[in-house]
Design a protein around this ligand. Sequence first.
Ligand SMILES: Cc1ncc(COP(=O)(O)O)c(C=O)c1O
Length: 392
Amino acid sequence: MTFEPSELKKDFPILEDGKVFLDNAATTQKPSKLVERIQRFYEEENSNTGRGLYDLANKATSEYRKSRRTIAEFINAQSDELVFVRNTTEAYNLLAYSLQIEGKIVVSEMAHHSEQLPLRRKAEIENRDINYLPTENGEISLEAAEEIIDQNTGLVSISHISNVFGKENPVKDIIELAHENDAYVVVDGAQSVPRKPIDVKQLDADLLTFSGHKMLGPTGIGVLYGKKQVLRDMKPYQVGGGMIKSVRKDEVRWEDPPEKFEAGTPNIAGAVGLAEAVRYLENIGMKNIERHEKRLVREIEEGLNSIEGVETLTENATSLVSFTTDFAHPHDVAEILNQNSIAVRAGHHCAQPQMESLNIAGATRVSPYLYNTSEDVEKFLEAVETVREVFE
Ligand SMILES: Cc1ncc(COP(=O)(O)O)c(C=O)c1O
């Protein structure tokens, strides 16, 4: 498929009135195809899964299974390695509870609160040490990782692409380092899976998390990928219907993964919707999306660097740009941009320990996606100039 972002905008009714949506690291807009697919599910295919012996139940079960397969193939995983959860936050809470480790936990200071807080709670409950990997030029310091990850490490968690800096971390090296020390590795893929090709076999992380809503999919559906043996060794998180082989008064036998981790009625329409989003992304091509975003991010960085009083948090980002100014608070920047129909995020980006290290209260973050154009970037840069004029 030829990739023409200005044409793509037509697939997204919410963008039709000329709004410039540049807060895609928070969530993405939804193509009509996805909304139609979810509507079709409810109008023609809806039933509970795995339980009924009638046609509709078989249809809903088959669509749910097909969706799992489509999403698994998207990251080169197998269906039984893919657990449906609500989002990255739930995936982290699940694995923090279920993964049994020995030794300390290592997390990065740039980690999103959803990544670090479940692990901090795990450390507290299990009386473990937790070490932070520092940031250097917007990336996890590999040098520090080599010092901190040792034989006493049980679990290493890495953000693949930070939602503060928009740079890819040296994940391959850190995964290798963790495995050399017999530690598990989990990769927070919330910002990477939506925008670059991911092959879990090549990545070799033990676990990977991501959220459907950040990749055109619906809210309320996300993924915890885990290697087969890792998932088998994990204890169930929530218990209830749908995740058991048998229940007797004196004994319960759990289902195999992934059902073992999916207690209760799942988000069937969400899974069907996310599979539709995956097909949409695949149709455009993940390499095209990655290339397009990098180009827009270059334009944003160059434009911001030429505005007096603006400082980007890092250089050579690939998926988003965070910046501060010496003329306005990030909230004021976002508010004036909003008056110009431009949506960006301002604040601490759920990474307060990172903000503390940078010694700033917050930053403005501009994050494009596949439907943004150079014209959007120009409008954004002009609006930042306006902010400067207003405050100077
Ligand atoms: C890097 C990163 N990790 C985790 C999350 C949490 O995602 P969710 O709110 O979908 O659980 C986000 C959301 O912004 C994120 O950017």
